[in-house]
Design a protein around this ligand. Structure first.
Ligand code: ATP
Ligand code: MG
Length: 339
């Protein structure tokens, strides 16, 4: 078969966030941390997934745009370098939609309905899902494959979606010859960070998150109300450390490992109160968040610069997607009658 594939000098990353609210600690350990660490090694594209946010919320453009602005600020605040990585708006790259429409002709309805991430989210968000929502893994496949991404840094909840992307890429390549790179998921240091309410996933739409932009007072209130071992009434009762959100957060964000080990050992024996454990967590989290808050302020006070980053990023992203789409069109003969 006479097919072409994209020439690349550097391996690529594509990942992103849905503009459904400000980013939280779960995003940090699940995906942001890897973005920052790998941005110099990979050609990195960070997508503001506004089309995903529209699913079921098509009438909320102002809210989505506002959340989108915040998500850009959060990415910059944690250290994504706009001179190195490309931040772009999904709806500003219509090439993604061409792929999306083609992929919808390939994927079986039964397969879409089987995706565990979609099933979980419908249940969790109590949705009567729009067709767009059910199809979101196909849109996400188009996002990733439009950039021929090699690596997708995501939280564990996204694994089944990446798996579906790989299936689509393999099916396409089998039919039309090698066109798409088969991407791999890169799961974060904490695959799925639990919520402050003890639920398995900290989530923007779950109301159980600690935001990267929370001020000191809000952080303190949230930390003090974190769900702990429900069976422990008094500080002298031996408590459970495994699976306890307060210790999961200590493990993830407190760099003082001796302090954490000491707290755990005293907690198990009933020799420390929740207040002390939470106070120390508050201190650790506050230290972690302080430089992020500072950097966020810097970009917040420069709205023109921040917008320019997104405008220029979207132009660059579109050019990259156009290269892929040309090869897709050629290999699939999608525009065959016009050529
Ligand atoms: P929503 O509730 O609207 O779906 P979300 O909190 O799940 O929002 P997304 O924008 O869907 O956020 O996710 C962005 C990225 O962050 C994805 O890679 C996702 O896997 C990761 N992520 C989100 N929440 C967590 C978490 N609690 N732990 C680890 N990774 C997470
Ligand atoms: Mg999500």
């Amino acid at each position: 078969m006479n097919t072409r594939s994209t020439p690349k000098t550097k391996k690529r990353i594509l990942t992103g966030d849905t503009p459904t609210g400000k980013l939280h600690l779960g995003h940090y350990v699940g995906s942001l941390e890897n973005r920052i660490e790998l941005q110099h090694k990979f050609d990195t594209y960070i997508m503001l997934a506004n089309l995903h946010a529209y699913a079921n919320h098509y009438y909320e453009a102002d809210r989505i745009n506002n959340d989108g602005h915040n998500v850009v600020l959060d990415n910059l605040a944690v250290g994504l370098d706009p001179n190195v990585a490309t931040i772009f708006l999904e709806s500003g790259v219509p090439e993604i939609l061409e792929l999306y429409s083609f992929f919808m002709t390939m994927v079986k309805h039964s397969r879409v309905m089987m995706n565990p991430t979609v099933k979980d989210e419908v249940k969790y968000k109590k949705l009567d899902p729009s067709v767009g929502f059910i199809n979101y893994p196909i849109l996400q496949a188009a996002d990733i494959l439009a950039f021929n991404a090699d690596l997708v840094p995501v939280g564990e909840d996204q694994s089944p979606v990446i798996e579906q992307t790989r299936e689509i890429a393999k099916d396409f390549n089998k039919t039309f010859g090698k066109t798409f790179v088969i991407p791999e998921a890169k799961i974060g240091r904490v695959a799925r960070l639990c919520g402050t309410d003890g639920k398995p996933k900290m989530s923007k739409s779950g109301g159980n998150s600690i935001l990267l932009s929370d001020d000191e007072k809000t952080l303190k209130e949230k930390v003090m109300s974190i769900y702990t071992d429900p069976k422990r009434i008094h500080a002298t009762d031996p408590g459970k450390v495994a699976g306890n959100p307060v210790f999961i957060y200590h493990d993830a964000f407190n760099p003082n490992k001796d302090e954490v080990a000491d707290l755990k050992s005293r907690y198990k024996k009933g020799a420390v109160g929740d207040i002390e454990v939470k106070q120390k967590l508050f201190m650790a989290l506050n230290n972690f968040l302080e430089p992020i808050r500072e950097k966020r302020k810097y970009f917040e006070s420069r709205p023109k610069e921040t917008k320019e980053i997104l405008v220029e990023g979207t132009k660059k992203a579109r050019k990259t997607a156009q290269e892929t789409i040309e090869i897709f069109r050629e290999n699939s003969k999608f525009l065959g009658l016009l050529r």
